[in-house]
Design a protein around this ligand. Structure first.
Ligand SMILES: [Zn+2]
Length: 323
């Protein structure tokens, strides 16, 4: 478990981009990004309230002050991405908060968001992991529409609507490095699972808005720009984007097939989770991952739980087809 007083772990990349480990749950699970251009800084993803001191220290290590932060941006309003936004905005007096049209009201008044997350995780985990969500003043909030370009200094950032993981999700294209800040749209790729074949990737189907068709279209939309890099929230920068996109699309289909196959099973959640773990471990072995099954399970366990919940919610709520 993390210690809050620890110095932040920084991952500097080309083009004035630094990943900061947000400290969420374990090392190298969730990242925030500092993006520097001239006198201005953008912070993409805020982590949780516990991440904010780490981000402030990261700014200091980069020779920047909170006053230099021009934009605080969240790809979507799930709390491992946006839970610290209110606290961070309070620390950065010159920052404007940039958010998806469907996410804005939940950050200006977080009460509904808090209630829905408490419903998924329970009160104990909510209080431990997320604390108090601070509202962001509406006058400091700017809704960004699909296709808008916003300048950080002289650096253009293009925003694209990318539903599928969540309906309130956008990704940000950095032309300078030909990279996307992908939030959760381009899945999860943990560095523990890197091998000589490169990064391993799998989708996140978190409740309650997982939509496989939309997610696949969003991944294809990202690939249309011919990206060199993907800056994932979970975790860090990956290249080899064409291979990863192919594997991600394939694994979205696999998870949907598992969910549909077991849709009427007794103990549905248990069997879906077990089939998902088996399938992922097989794929990881084929990718050259050699860690023990126990160690592998430790890396993916939390995501399998959330993915299972998301698939079950999707099974129960999808329209237009018999369950
Ligand atoms: Zn998410």
């Amino acid at each position: 478990m993390m210690t809050l007083s620890a110095a932040p772990r920084l991952y500097p990349f080309d083009g004035g981009i630094t990943a900061v480990d947000s400290g969420y749950h374990r090392e190298e699970m969730a990242a925030c990004y500092l993006l520097e251009a001239g006198d201005e800084v953008a912070i993409i993803e805020t982590g949780t309230n516990d991440s904010v001191p780490l981000l402030l220290k990261a700014l200091e290590e980069r020779g920047r002050s909170p006053e230099d932060v021009r934009f605080v941006i969240v790809t979507h309003v799930h709390l491992d991405h946006a839970g610290g936004a209110g606290s961070l905005m309070r620390e950065c007096p010159n920052a404007t908060f940039l958010v998806h049209p469907r996410g804005a009201r939940h950050m200006i008044d977080p009460s509904k968001l808090e209630a829905s997350v408490r419903q998924v995780y329970g009160d104990e985990i909510f209080d431990r992991d997320y604390g108090t969500l601070l509202p962001i003043p509406a006058e400091r909030t700017r809704v960004v529409e699909d296709g808008e370009t916003i300048l950080l200094g002289d650096r253009p950032l293009l925003f694209r609507d990318t539903p599928g993981h969540a309906a309130h999700h956008f990704c940000i294209w950095d032309e300078a490095t030909r990279g996307w800040f992908t939030g959760d749209t381009f899945g999860l790729s943990y560095r523990e699972l890197d091998t000589r074949q490169g990064p391993f990737i799998f989708p996140t189907t978190t409740p309650i808005q997982f939509d496989p068709g939309a997610l696949k279209r969003s991944v294809e939309r990202l690939m249309n720009n011919g990206p060199k890099w993907m800056y994932l929230t979970h975790f860090g920068r990956v290249g080899d984007t064409a291979r990863l996109a192919g594997e991600l699309l394939h694994r979205i289909d696999e998870l949907v097939a598992i969910a549909e196959y077991y849709s009427d099973a007794e103990d549905r959640g248990k069997v879906i989770a077990a089939a998902m773990l088996d399938g992922l471990e097989d794929a990881a072995r084929a990718h050259g991952v050699v860690m023990s099954s126990e160690a592998f399970r430790d890396v993916v366990d939390g995501d399998i739980r959330l993915n299972t919940q998301g698939l079950e919610f999707w099974l129960d709520h999808r329209s237009g087809r018999a369950a």
